[in-house]
Ligand binder design. Structure first.
Ligand code: FMN
Length: 381
């Protein structure tokens, strides 16, 4: 199969992964309206074509979260990368760092921050789900400090996990151990089974010492999800702001009002996100939410955006509409599941090239130029 774009990586991932893992990555919640809207709303924006602009390779470097990055996107937190390929978190981080961009590790990961630090010395970010067990949260924060994590993302849109109907049909949500049905499904994908299964049943390294979380990734994942603090409130974010000395970002904001509250608390930025259409179905797309949020927080507050990004032109649109940077979710996860580290490299390079060509055809010389002239370059239908 010829891989030309992110959708091809998605198909390759579907071929290699057991169905229940592919559906877990690919799916959204309930009727998957918001999941589709994230993509569809990018298509409602048009790019202005400018010709005879004396072509030179556009400069894709840009600043977000106080750091200069060679590309305007980074790898966001996606749970359980180590279940899609062996050492998945390490492979994704190494691919990000080879491209010079940050990698954000999810709380729900097979590898720990210490494991990642052994694999790579590039820029690491960490995504925190605040658990009702605050002592365990404190352990996560100490581990993040020890690993030299530069930015902490606290995810706030998952107080309760929405129903992802594909997972229910696959019996995925209720799985806590390998059942005969699951075993049969895994055996249908021998390439995946040989890769991931040969190290035995993976487990979540960060909670391995906690027997109350059970044994094996499936049981640990179920317990971790159950332990997310449902009563998390703004005062907890204030406490976290006092506790965490590095950059603090809130992930999962979709309204100008919430963005302003976050700004008032003194966080360093927010990720405009609806969790990739996996939580509140019916919520607006992130690209549609962006302009009002930018207007509310002013030009200097860091706004990252994720959700439905599959094309370089999506990234161009997000930056042109006011985002400082973009975070990838499924786009790189498909690559990882299809081809390991090489697949993540492929996803990054595909998007890099698409951005470059798009900017050149728009007559835009750099990301700085795009950010400056964005309102003139991106047109609403
Ligand atoms: C399989 C999967 C697992 C995810 N796990 C997490 C997670 O552990 N923590 C988190 O904050 N977001 C998680 N997300 C949400 C992503 O960080 C991101 O918001 C979303 O994937 C963006 O949408 P996109 O995949 O359409 O680009 C997950 C998303 C997917 C697809």
């Amino acid at each position: 199969m010829t891989i030309v774009n992110i959708d091809d990586l998605r198909l390759a991932a579907r071929k290699r992964l057991p169905k229940l893992f592919f559906d877990y990555i690919d799916g959204g919640s309930f009727a998957e309206e918001t999941y589709r809207r994230n993509r569809d709303d990018f298509s409602l924006l048009q790019l202005r074509q400018n010709v005879l602009c004396n072509y030179a390779e556009p400069d894709l470097a840009t600043e977000y979260l106080g750091q200069r990055n060679p590309l305007p996107f980074m790898l966001g937190p996606v749970g359980f990368l180590g279940l899609y390929t062996r050492n998945g978190e390490q492979k994704a981080a190494c691919a990000a760092h080879a491209a010079g961009i940050p990698f954000c590790l999810s709380t729900f990961s097979i590898a720990s921050l210490a494991d990642l630090r052994q694999a790579t010395d590039g820029v690491l970010h960490f995504q925190l789900y605040v658990l009702d067990d605050r002592a365990l949260c404190e352990e996560f924060l100490s581990a993040a400090e020890q690993a030299g994590v530069e930015a902490l993302y606290v995810t706030v849109d998952t107080a309760i996990t929405a129903i992802r109907e594909r997972d229910v049909r696959n019996g995925f949500r209720s799985l806590t151990r390998v059942t005969p049905r699951l075993f049969a499904s895994l055996c249908r994908k021998p390439g995946w089974l040989f890769d991931v299964g040969r190290g035995g049943i993976p487990s979540v390294r960060a909670v391995e010492h906690r027997t109350d979380f059970g044994r094996g990734a499936l049981e640990q994942a179920a317990n971790l999800s159950r332990r997310i603090d449902k009563r998390l409130a703004w005062k907890d974010i204030e406490a976290l702001r006092d506790r965490w000395k590095g950059k603090l970002i809130i992930k999962g904001i979709l309204s100008p009002e919430d963005a302003k509250k976050a700004q008032a608390i003194g966080v360093d930025g927010i990720v405009i996100s609806n969790h990739g259409g996996r939580q509140l179905d019916g919520a607006m797309s992130t690209i549609a939410a962006l302009p009002d949020i930018r207007a509310a927080v002013g030009p200097d507050f860091t706004l990252m955006l994720d959700g439905g990004v599959r094309r370089g032109s999506d990234i161009v649109k997000a930056l042109g509409m006011g985002a400082d940077g973009v975070m990838l979710g499924r786009a790189y996860t498909y690559g990882l599941a299809a081809k390991g580290q090489a697949g993540v490299d492929r996803a990054i390079q595909t998007l890099r090239r698409e951005i470059s060509i798009t900017l050149a055809l728009m007559g835009v010389s750099s990301i700085a130029d795009l950010k400056e002239r964005g309102s003139h370059l991106i047109l609403k239908q």
